[in-house]
Write a protein that binds this ligand. Sequence first.
Ligand SMILES: C[S@@+](CC[C@H](N)C(=O)[O-])C[C@H]1O[C@@H](n2cnc3c(N)ncnc32)[C@H](O)[C@@H]1O
Length: 198
Amino acid sequence: MKVDVSRETMDLLKEFQALAEKWNSRINLVSGSTLPAFWDRHISDSLQIFENAAPFSGHWADLGSGGGFPGIVLAVAFRETDLSFTLVESDQRKATFLRTAIRELSLTNAKVKCDRIERIPSLNADYVSARALAGLPVLLTFLDLHLRASGEAWLLKGRNWQAEVDEARENWAFNLETFPSKTSDEAAVLKVSEVSHV
Ligand SMILES: C[S@@+](CC[C@H](N)C(=O)[O-])C[C@H]1O[C@@H](n2cnc3c(N)ncnc32)[C@H](O)[C@@H]1O
């Protein structure tokens, strides 16, 4: 899958891939079945947000970061902007991996909060991202907590995304823009803003 990033960004992302593959034998960062297609399934997938979003400053929260998708990939891709990233991950071992990746890649724009999303004080973020964390109705409760009123969320969703949107509309009002996913014809990248309870 073609990605439009600089040579330096590619090199850092390859370094991150090597680190994630090494740690994956000890802790389950990504499903073993996805390892042969690691770059496309995880790195390119995450970079779709970088390719569609155009922010240059503010606070970005990645919720349920797991092995760093999309949080670490975005922190690398946006490292020359004034964005700062908070990666929220409740699993201690994954949080340790994320901190190790931040240190080894010399990222100065990212930090990890090892806690539950629903337990921490509002991050009041300008941007929120998430992948494979929860269905849209639950994600909207997280956005309600952590996304500021003028903010936007970037969500990588699988093939049930339209049904999730329909279900979420029963309790929430929000603006939605959708972008076709490069990883699968049925998946989508959702840009969500102006979230409110109905
Ligand atoms: C299925 S994994 C997805 C990880 C990553 N976003 C990805 O796409 O590869 C979901 C991650 O969210 C974390 N998580 C789930 N619920 C959470 C919560 N309430 N607060 C913080 N982290 C949570 C889990 O520990 C897990 O690492």
